[in-house]
Ligand binder design. Structure first.
Ligand SMILES: Cc1cc2nc3c(=O)[nH]c(=O)nc-3n(C[C@H](O)[C@H](O)[C@H](O)COP(=O)(O)OP(=O)(O)OC[C@H]3O[C@@H](n4cnc5c(N)ncnc54)[C@H](O)[C@@H]3O)c2cc1C
Length: 258
């Protein structure tokens, strides 16, 4: 059986499937299912320009240089991505409180005017695995405990990118922002990049899945969604999820043949 319901729902299903043989839930003898839930830290920076853009251009630029740290900071700081045109982006609707409040109070035309004079940047940093961050069932309801972490890496990324934008703006004659870059941090509800909860590893005491994404405890049970991640991506995780599913698929073909 192959489970692929997404990090939160796969863990929820395993935990809800407790039986006599697996009283803590399927594959949960070591109490790891649902733990190490991760998502990215996401801060949006908005840069204003005197000139107009279409507001509907696709995401076009991304920078991964800071995955290797910067200066005297040797740890991964994360990923920078242009948000694409703000009229088609989820920024206004979904993430940062500052912009979603603006979206609610500004009349449509003023909001559109703001969007077409702006360029958005996403700064994203992976959070670190922490067994205390988890989903679990209590009294028939799915609950979570989640304490965001890795703030230093993320703050360094945000401030480094502001420095870069300021430096670039010196050579861009219609950039208006000068020193002000309104920023907003995505709240917990922005969990599109959820991962962890059934992490992959070689030690059954600290992981749920082996390196083929087979559960340590149940021979014919595999989990192939983003719950296998042992650490959190700062870039979109979907391609890794897909590549891993293909890898596990090859393993299953070999196993069934053998
Ligand atoms: C708004 C948004 C934007 C995103 N943008 C990007 C991006 O640009 N780049 C990127 O790489 N990633 C992006 N992501 C993240 C990406 O979508 C996920 O990382 C990826 O889809 C995770 O794959 P998955 O297989 O783990 O789960 P999913 O793709 O969520 O698949 C899980 C499936 O299981 C089904 N399911 C759940 N519970 C059950 C159940 N009990 N029984 C049966 N079926 C069930 C769900 O309906 C769903 O179809 C975005 C996510 C969101 C929400």
């Amino acid at each position: 059986m192959v489970l692929a319901c997404g990090a939160v729902n796969s863990a929820a299903l395993l935990l809800a499937s407790a039986n006599e043989k697996h009283p803590q839930g399927l594959a949960n003898g070591s109490d790891q299912v649902g733990r190490n839930l991760m998502k990215q830290q996401l801060t949006v920076l908005v840069e204003r320009f005197a000139s107009e853009n279409s507001g509907t251009f696709p995401r076009s630029v991304s920078v991964n240089d800071y995955y290797w740290g910067y200066g005297d900071y040797p740890y991964p700081m994360g990923h920078i991505e242009n948000s694409g045109g703000l009229l088609q982006d989820v920024i206004f609707a979904e993430s940062p409180p500052l912009l979603s409040v603006l979206a609610q109070i500004l009349p449509g035309e003023r909001l559109k005017g703001l969007a077409i004079h702006s360029v958005g940047w996403w700064a994203q940093t992976g959070m670190l695995p922490d067994a205390k961050n988890r989903v679990y069932w209590k009294k028939g309801k799915l609950r979570y405990e989640f304490e965001p972490n890795n703030f230093e890496a993320h703050d360094r990324l945000v401030y480094r990118w502001i420095e870069v934008l300021k430096a670039v703006e010196k050579d861009v004659k219609d950039a208006k922002s000068n020193t002000v870059f309104p920023r907003g941090e995505a709240p917990l509800q922005v969990v599109g990049y959820q991962s962890g909860t059934c992490r992959m590893g070689t030690d059954p005491a600290t992981s749920v899945l082996d390196i083929h994404c087979r559960t340590h405890e149940i021979d014919n049970l595999y989990v192939v969604d983003s719950s296998f991640f042992p650490s959190c991506a700062a870039v979109g995780p979907a391609l890794t999820v897909m590549a891993n599913a293909l890898r596990v698929g090859d393993h299953l073909i070999d196993r069934l043949k053998g």
